[in-house]
Design a protein around this ligand. Structure first.
Ligand code: C2E
Ligand code: CA
Ligand code: CA
Ligand code: CA
Length: 275
């Protein structure tokens, strides 16, 4: 079959062959990197608009491989989800974050750390247990850890029931859940209804288009008011300009995160920013 535009079979398969090769290369190197703890974590500040200060950070995984070079999370996470290595990344980031939270706590820095976990990671029936074990092993108080969950796909009823059970367990221990990418996910409102969510994170796409039209502003304002009526903290991600910050503050948005405050940075830089 020939495609319009002149792509023939051999050039198409050459492309997919290359993609397959890269994927298996990433898989192989990732195993090694996890084994040797070659992954890193950067932290991006979360800023409280009424307090006027940074109250927490989001942990974001980073990987630069000797052979492949930098592999962005947007490439890494889907491959890790497909191969099951996502659970290893999850454990790595959770442990790193818990240790860091304790270190900051001891230094008198009052910073919560948010960790990204996809609902896929909660398919692991031991997820909640793993997290609670890591908390006690590292001596990390539960209130210092928050979990950002994403909802890229629909879940079967059984998986959904299992996730709710695990989240309730963690919630009882004092862990706060943030619903990430609100508005773009598969079932934002359904998850708001079902899951113990305390913070709603407005997806960056809505923030980027905020100043482009009145319609976009009404949409974001609507999400903020919805959060308020549900007694939920509203966090906007991808805030890059003063103008966006002002508009969000006027709507009553609680927290912002984005390049305006800081890009994701290492531990030292976070300490410099907050002290
Ligand atoms: P996310 O959770 O929505 O994270 C926000 C992404 O937006 C991050 O990209 C961050 O660097 C970027 N960002 C922050 N502020 C701004 C801004 O003002 N403007 C723009 N244009 N971008 C901004 P990053 O670090 O490349 O991560 C991409 C995605 O990968 C994350 O999206 C998250 O879903 C996933 N991810 C990252 N680390 C982990 C992890 O440890 N575990 C899991 N499961 N997923 C992770
Ligand atoms: Ca996130
Ligand atoms: Ca997000
Ligand atoms: Ca995202």
């Amino acid at each position: 079959v020939r495609e319009a535009g002149g792509n023939n079979i051999s050039s198409l398969s050459a492309t997919s062959h290359k993609a397959l090769h890269r994927k298996s290369m990433i898989e192989k190197r990732l195993l090694l990197a996890l084994d040797q703890k070659h992954l890193e974590v950067l932290y991006q500040p979360q800023f409280d608009l009424s307090k006027g200060k940074i109250i927490g950070v989001e942990a974001l995984v980073r990987w630069e491989d000797e052979e492949i070079g930098v592999v962005s999370p947007d490439e890494l996470i889907p491959i890790a989800e497909e191969t099951g290595l996502i659970n290893n990344i999850g454990s790595f980031v959770i442990e790193k974050a818990c240790k860091q939270a304790v270190e900051w706590f001891k230094k008198g820095l009052d910073l919560k750390i948010s960790i990204n976990l996809s609902v896929h990671e909660f398919r692991d029936k031991n997820m909640a247990k793993t997290i609670l074990n890591t908390l006690s092993k590292t001596g990390c108080p539960a209130h210092l850890i928050q979990i950002e969950i994403t909802e890229k796909f629909a879940l079967e009823a059984e998986a959904e029931a299992n996730i709710i059970k695990q989240m309730r367990l963690l919630e009882n221990e004092g862990i706060v859940f943030i619903l990430d990418d609100f508005g773009t996910g598969y079932a934002s409102f359904r998850y708001m209804q079902l899951l113990p969510i305390e913070i709603l994170k407005i997806d960056h796409t809505f923030i980027h288009s905020l100043m482009m039209s009145e319609k976009n502003q009404k949409l974001v304002n609507g999400i903020v008011q919805f959060g308020k009526s549900m007694n939920i903290t509203v966090l906007a991600e991808g805030v890059e300009t003063e103008e966006q910050r002002e508009v969000l503050k006027n709507y009553g948005c609680d927290l912002i995160q984005g390049y305006l405050i800081s890009k994701p940075v290492n531990v030292k830089e976070i300490e410099n920013i907050v002290s």
